[in-house]
Design a protein around this ligand. Structure first.
Ligand code: URA
Length: 288
């Protein structure tokens, strides 16, 4: 049985933009696909002023986006990519957050849910606009990375960087030798559109019996929808519990279910190395 979700730490994050938001001005600001955040919201989030006061600052012509003065309201920007100046001074880079959450079952991995279901955002209370990196199913528990660093999120999810995901699964019946061989070699799955897709080779093994339970370990480097459950179901194993215990160099150890914490500097360093990224906040002498 999945855990019953507890009261949220806070319900800070609601859908950020409504479908009726004004379109981007197209003058200088990005967001031509309708994405991005309202300029006044970004200014407020960076501590320039309250949203109200930020609107006045914009109307007064004190804000430039990508070299052009913006006076109208509703312009959307991408704070990571757009060059935003207030009184000709660059906006400070937001504090980068890298958070490990021990996701309990019963929460869905999304920033907002129009059906009002419990989301992982209810469990983490930070100012910055973090998002979950990848997805764990509602009933899957374990390590979920959350960040406002778009490049890190992209690289963790992109197969090119081969970030391993390690899961422990309680299944019934246990896979036999042939099933383990098939899972390890790669298996054909049917996607939602009925197309056959072949999974990449995986590492599959039995874990030592603990509290009378025999769990299996499965390590993959892909992130297809419900991949582990579908792989196991394809060899006739019903998944009773699924826990992600590792993501690349990051492990879940020591974080109680439902709790979260910032990555330690060491973890952050290892993550950046695994993603072949330089950490702008790491002192130059510590970089490669
Ligand atoms: N694979 C699954 O089937 N579910 C998850 O939540 C993660 C990986």
């Amino acid at each position: 049985m999945p855990d019953t979700p507890r009261r949220p730490v806070s319900r800070t994050r609601r859908p950020t933009e409504s479908k009726t938001s004004p379109p981007p001005s197209g003058k200088g600001a990005t967001g031509s696909d309708g994405s991005g955040e309202r300029l006044q919201k970004v200014l407020a989030a960076r501590g320039i002023a309250s949203r109200r006061a930020a609107e006045e600052i914009i109307k007064a012509g004190r804000v430039k986006v990508n070299g052009q003065v913006v006076r109208e309201m509703g312009v959307k920007v991408n704070p990571e990519r757009d060059n935003i100046l207030v009184d000709n001074k660059q906006l400070a880079r937001p504090r980068m957050r890298y958070i490990i959450l021990h996701k309990p079952s019963g929460y869905i991995t999304t920033t907002s849910d129009e059906r009002g279901r419990w989301t992982v955002m209810e469990l983490v209370d930070v100012q910055e606009r973090i998002v979950p990196v990848g997805r764990l199913d509602r009933d899957t528990e374990g390590l979920l990375l959350m960040t406002n660093d778009g490049e890190v999120a992209h690289r963790v999810m992109h197969p090119r960087y081969g970030i391993q995901k390690e899961y422990h699964a309680l299944v019934s019946p246990l896979p036999d030798r042939e099933a383990v061989r098939a899972l390890s070699a790669g298996i054909e799955l049917r996607d939602e559109r009925g197309q056959i897709e072949r999974t990449a080779p995986a590492v599959v093994s039995l874990l030592p019996v603990k509290h009378g339970e025999q769990w299996i370990r499965i390590v993959i480097s892909e992130g297809r929808k419900r991949q582990v459950r579908r792989m196991l179901e394809a060899v006739g194993c019903e998944v009773q519990k699924l826990v992600r215990v590792r993501l690349g160099p990051l492990v879940l150890t020591g974080i109680p279910k439902g709790a979260w914490r910032e990555l330690t500097p060491g973890e952050r360093r290892e993550l950046f190395v695994a993603l072949k990224l330089n950490d702008p906040e790491m002192p130059a002498e510590e970089r490669e």
